[in-house]
Design a protein around this ligand. Structure first.
Ligand SMILES: Nc1ncnc2c1ncn2[C@@H]1O[C@H](COP(=O)(O)OP(=O)(O)OP(=O)(O)O)[C@@H](O)[C@H]1O
Length: 620
């Protein structure tokens, strides 16, 4: 059936809803066109976010005579003409177009490339990839690499363990360093060859160090100095000396340390071509607000620009290529990307669409939610497609004092060899390790109270199999890649579905099998039910009997019992599932206001934000 909507209308949808009118769950700003847009989303509940699935594809194809994508079920189209908003910006400030962007020819973008050579990477890099055993790109890499190579600012969203790191590292290495495409004009653009050309920011030392290792692996031992880590907890003067001596082209670090060294004038990033914010939703949270603000304002800013001039701010954002990455993309990230990036695109495993066509309600809902609560919807949207499809989820009900014992039985029942158990408080975490060890299970603790060396030693032991159960907190929830990890256990409940998704994603990496078990008290079962609804995955109740995991049919019984329990009702009241906004009131004169996307969202207990108990991120 021919669609009623023309491709032009797609952008009308983006344009007739003025951005300022959009609020969470707002329907008043929606025009007729946008209503049609949503109804189309409903019809494709289980499909990925593509224009095809939004109902625009057929018409678009007919009118623009675009070729079909190679993949039958993947239809992605791309604007051939610039949206009006873009034209307006260009007219307002012509100097903004410092970085020339080519329109992506979507027909030529392989969404499931069979080899890295199809993606336009230079041959020295492909050779290195083959040497390291990377032969076939993942879906998200197939979509992201050509898009970044065409100079687009992007938000990369794909489920945990799907290879997002290489999705941005490879296009950077194609343009920066010894493996780059020799025809690259980068050096002329950036001026001095000794300038930092790429800054990669990650929210934890562990993740930053992991990224450094991934880049070093590709560069090879002879080129290790091209990349340098700048993480908190390590000697700052040594890092500054290394910067001076080695003149790295790529730095990877935590926001605090990068901002600190940059403020001291020891890190020259004005000519920087790439800024990557890995785990962007975490980086935009309240904890990192100031540091990230500084980084966004300084990286890729040409020297000589007036830091207080509005005009120069625009030039600044266009100078660098901004890449934002996460498995979970709440709408706050979409807003931040619109604010800090230049015409950003949302890159998912099988689709590339302009971010400006997204509204809070238009993010793909792969599974319907029955809740009418718009906050819940937003939380749901943020976690859609964040979990590897093969992961299995269960929950098990026990008393508080039996949790560790249940964990032990769970490990034996599943015969798990590499387990990450998450808790919320350091003291209880230490007790759990003590109990496990006392019962003969090799366990270790990983949390922010440990020094940098202690943390990396424990991680090494866990990765090498010397430690079977790693008991940790949110420190290890994001980005940590231990491919062997076959079981994740929530000994304490995560604060929200986003935290659940990242914890769960430590297992089942890159198509491997993985199980997630949440061990909770009866009064907490309603939380698991809500997580299940938000994540759109079944989480059946189970027991561990006679060394086996048994899925019981007591689900309803538990739900009933917990909802009747007085304590549980009180808890539910307290643990109100409301996303809270921590307003940021910062507007220094002459400086750009921190966008509202710097608000952090979390569930709330007693009306106060449920901040991470150990305040681990502050230790950066
Ligand atoms: N094309 C590939 N072929 C084989 N292995 C790959 C490929 N791409 C990535 N990997 C490996 O897959 C694992 C997961 O990759 P990565 O850590 O980048 O996932 P991610 O999507 O960033 O996960 P998270 O969201 O948890 O941070 C890593 O061990 C990485 O080396």
């Amino acid at each position: 059936m021919p669609s009623l909507v023309s491709p032009r209308l797609l952008f009308l949808v983006g344009e007739i809803i003025p951005l300022k009118k959009l609020s969470r769950g707002s329907s008043s700003a929606l025009s007729q066109g946008s209503v049609r847009f949503f109804s189309r989303v409903d019809r494709h509940k289980n499909a990925p976010l593509t224009l095809a699935n939004l109902g625009f594809n057929t018409e678009f194809e007919k009118t623009t005579k675009n070729k079909r994508n190679k993949l039958e079920n993947v239809k992605v189209n791309y604007p051939t003409e610039a949206p009006k908003s873009r034209e307006k910006v260009a007219a307002r400030d012509k100097s903004r177009a410092v970085r020339v962007k080519k329109t992506l020819e979507i027909e030529s973008a392989p969404f499931a490339a069979k080899s890295f050579s199809e993606l336009g990477l230079p041959s020295p890099l492909i050779e290195r990839l083959e040497m390291e055993g990377f032969n076939v790109p993942t879906d998200v890499q197939s979509a992201a690499i050509p898009t970044i190579l065409k100079n687009h600012d992007v938000v990369i969203q794909s489920y945990t363990g799907s290879g997002k790191t290489l999705a941005y590292v490879l296009p950077i290495l194609s343009k920066v360093g010894p493996l780059k495409d020799k025809s690259s004009t980068g050096d002329k653009e950036t001026g001095k060859k000794t300038d930092i050309e790429a800054v990669i920011v990650a929210p934890s030392r562990e993740l930053a160090m992991q990224i450094v290792r991934e880049v070093e692996k590709l560069l090879g031992p002879e080129n290790k100095r091209v990349v340098q880590q700048l993480v908190g907890g390590a000697n700052r003067s040594r890092q500054e000396e290394a910067l001076k001596k080695n003149k790295p082209l790529i730095v990877v670090g935590t926001p605090g340390r990068i901002a600190e060294i940059s403020a001291a004038g020891k890190l020259q990033t004005h000519g920087c071509r790439f800024l990557v914010l890995d785990e962007v939703d975490e980086l935009l949270s309240f904890n990192f607000r100031q540091e990230i603000h500084r980084i966004l304002e300084h990286v890729g800013r040409r020297s000589g620009a007036d830091p207080h001039g509005q005009k120069n701010l625009l030039v600044r954002s266009a100078d660098r290529q901004t890449i934002m990455v996460s498995a979970t993309v709440p709408f706050s990230v979409v807003r931040a990307a619109r604010s800090w990036a230049c015409d950003p695109l949302l890159v998912q495993a099988k689709s590339v669409i302009p971010l400006e066509s997204l509204t809070p309600g238009s993010v793909n809902l792969s599974r319907p939610t029955t809740s009418s609560n718009s906050d819940l919807n937003l939380q749901h949207q943020a976690t859609v497609q964040s979990l590897p499809p093969a992961l299995k989820h269960y929950y098990c009900v026990t008393r508080l004092q039996h949790k560790v014992d249940t964990l032990r039985r769970c490990v034996y029942a599943l015969d798990a060899q590499s387990v990450i158990a998450f808790m919320n408080h350091t003291r209880q975490l230490k007790d759990a390790v003590f109990k496990l060890e006392a019962r003969g299970m090799k366990a270790a603790e990983l949390h922010g109270d440990l020094g940098k060396l202690g943390r990396s030693t424990i991680l090494k032991k866990f990765k090498s199999g010397q430690v079977r159960v790693l008991v940790t907190n949110e420190l290890a929830a994001r980005g940590l890649d231990v491919p062997e990890c076959d079981l994740v256990v929530n000994l304490d409940l995560p604060t929200d579905s986003i935290h659940y998704a990242h914890r769960a994603g430590r297992t089942g990496r890159l198509g491997r099998k993985g199980t997630v078990v949440t061990i909770c008290e009866e009064s907490e079962v309603f939380v698991v039910k809500k997580l299940q609804k938000q994540l759109g995955v079944p989480i059946p109740v189970c027991e561990f009997t006679e060394g086996k995991l048994i899925v019981t049919d007591k689900e309803e019984k538990h739900a009933e019992a917990s909802s009747n329990s007085e304590h549980s009702m009180k808890l539910e009241e307290e643990y109100s599932f409301r996303m809270i906004q921590q307003p940021v009131k910062e507007q220094r004169q002459g400086r750009r206001q921190v966008p509202s996307s710097f608000n952090s969202c979390s569930f709330q207990r007693n009306g106060s934000p449920n901040l991470l108990p150990d305040n681990i991120w502050r230790a950066l």
